[in-house]
Design a protein around this ligand. Structure first.
Ligand SMILES: [Zn+2]
Length: 235
């Protein structure tokens, strides 16, 4: 589950909000770049406070144009397809939308004025770097990395249950609780070599069914692939 948002007045991903039925929202950690981090801190209306490595800001505070949610994906037959990816920010993004602020914290945030050309070239440079950084962050090193970090790396619907068996298998499964006897509806299992199997109501999906997201021998290599699988087969 993503962490709660650190912006005052925002209840994104708070346990109370999730219990009340609100969907979890993508969050972003503070930038490593000190200059950009200062811009975030100036913008976020929270005084006498320093973020920790766990502090995050939710997607509600960013211009939607600054959030990248899909990526091009090359299928084995050479065609490009768009896939949903774990949301990330263009690298010059600064939070700027603060609804529901406590009255004493309300302030307007003047953003630095730049010419469109200046902004575009800066953005392009940033995006190239950001894509590279994203590729690295999106890469699953091995099965241990997967079981240790999946809950922080991706957004998972509460409908998925998780079972880890030793160091050999990770299962995500949804349950039908209405029957007198509980049954598994869908299941995604991942072996220690990151090989994936997907069962929808006991029917295993073929390699062909899964090549939209796992083009190479049904092997998982990216967090975004896992998030896509879990999003697509949740029901
Ligand atoms: Zn928020």
């Amino acid at each position: 589950m993503p962490s709660p948002c650190c912006v005052p007045g925002c209840k994104s991903n708070y346990k109370s909000s999730l219990r009340a039925g609100e969907a979890s929202i993508s969050v972003f950690g503070f930038p490593k770049d000190e200059h950009l981090k200062m811009k975030w801190l100036k913008a976020i209306p929270r005084d006498k406070w320093a973020p920790t490595q766990y502090s995050v800001v939710c997607a509600k505070h960013f211009d939607p144009n600054d959030i990248i949610c899909e990526d091009n994906y090359l299928l084995p037959d050479g065609t490009l397809t768009k896939i949903k990816i774990k949301a990330r920010l263009v690298c010059s993004a600064v939070p700027q939308i603060f609804p529901n602020l406590p009255a004493d914290l309300t302030k307007t945030v003047p953003l630095p004025k730049k010419s469109p050309d200046e902004r575009n070239s800066e953005q392009q440079k940033c995006n190239e770097l950001s894509n590279e950084a994203f590729e690295q962050l999106d890469y699953i090193t091995n099965f241990q990395d997967l079981i240790s970090n999946y809950s922080q790396k991706i957004v998972i619907s509460d409908l998925w249950n998780v079972k880890i068996v030793g160091d050999t298998k990770l299962y995500f499964y949804t349950l039908n609780l209405n029957d007198p006897c509980i049954t598994i509806i869908n299941q995604i299992s991942i072996d220690s070599d990151l090989h994936v199997k997907v069962f929808l109501k006991n029917n295993e999906l073929s390699q062909n069914n899964l090549k939209w997201i796992l083009p190479f021998e049904l092997k998982l290599s990216r967090w975004s692939q896992l998030e896509n699988l879990l999003t697509r087969y949740v029901l």
